[in-house]
Design a protein around this ligand. Sequence first.
Ligand code: RVP
Length: 498
Amino acid sequence: QPDPFGFVGLTYDDVMLLPAHTDVIPSEADTTSRLTKRIRVFAPLISSAMDTVTESRMAIAMARQGGLGVLHRNLSIDDQAEQVDKVKRSESGMITNPVTTTPDATVAEVDELCGRFRVSGLPVVEGDGKLVGIITNRDMRFVSRFEAATTLVRDVMTPTPLITGPVGISQNEVVALFAQHKIEKLPLVDESGRLKGLITVKDFDKSEQYPNATKDDEGRLRVGAAIGFFGDAWDRAGQLRDAGVDVIVVDTANGDSRGVLEVIARLKGDPAFAHIDVIGGNVATRSGAQALVGAGADAVKVGVGPGSICTTRVVAGVGVPQVTAVYEASLAARTAGVPVIADGGLQYSGDIAKALVAGADTVMLGSLLAGTDESPGDLIFVNGKQFKSYRGMGSLGALQTRGTKTSYSRDRYFQADVPSDEQLIAEGIEGQVPYRGPVGSVVYQLLGGLRQSMFYTGARTVDELKVRGKFVRITAAGLKESHPHDIQMVVEAPNYRR
Ligand code: RVP
């Protein structure tokens, strides 16, 4: 046996980027990168498909900031598809399929729909889709709670003729109509008066507020969603597609396996999914990445064991330190033009640039986002400090079936066949992370850190960073020197925690 130990594996804390001559200042650095073969993102940041990280609120927030959220799959197909729908409807140039009501519905029903979809009013249509009115907060304000259940929409709505526009109306014309008529919703109708879409003033405001948002061709936020490879995975993919998902992530702990490669190949070969990009993972070697590329993946997700909540490397003794894993995977992916996602193990903003230089195009974050307002779950108070819970998808809690709740993520760890909860082998833990405020401010700090990296290395773009970035290996003493030392920290920095 020539060399049974192969090469050394390095991770974020083992390396540092060398400073280089620069004529770039941080504010000039362009952080735009490739998420998949077809989709670019302003912020190379993706939120993890975990049940304590990404549901619709997180996905909306991440897309607004210019990144992307991947909805977790530890929930029923219907629930996950509904979350896709929520993101796609949250803001858009034009809502092609608006939530509507009928003249014979009650005000109470309208109220419930408005609450569920977080909208302030609904177009009213008859059975054949013909627009007959609109009902908004203004129309319902004087209907008491007691009358709402018996008051019909037809009696309080603002009936046609309404100010409407044709399908294909230009942005300037829309703005002019909003201003001229002081309206907040513009229904779009065809020649025979059938409702074809809706434009709201709120969405125009959002476009100004979030100019870098990740959007599709129709101006809707983009969203990703995770599926497995086992059982109902194919049905899940179909329903997610029907709900408008942009990216499907075949999300497993070992992407270089037959079932996973087959699902990817099948999705990529099916014309019904031609408009959806497919991300495969996870792998941690060159050959693993090669296998995903060969199956047709539009991006390769890398990471076996680096996650802050992950115990795969101790339970199974398997994994590759993340910087080496990303580098090795990129050797196979780059020649094929397939972007790489560095998934897990990032602790500080500086790790983003390290991941990109190692060969990634974007990074996926769990723990750094789990403490934000937009992650699922409530605040936990411990000794006056605020936390949110965060758990691995391979933790017992996530794998177990509780009450009527089935665990859909067992197949992530290839344990879909395990007959009882007692026989599960966990590969993750459950815990809590410090509360970090809104996603917007966390992403701001992360992107800001990346811009500083680009300044120090003289890189104006992510592509330049990849070429110019050079590593130096460091020792334990070097790492100690890198962190604050010989001082007691008294003020917490927004981008630094020990
Ligand atoms: P981190 O950002 O270091 O918290 O890592 C998050 C990543 O860890 C996820 O995107 C996923 O790839 C991985 N993960 C999720 N659950 C588990 C587990 O239970 N082992 N690992």
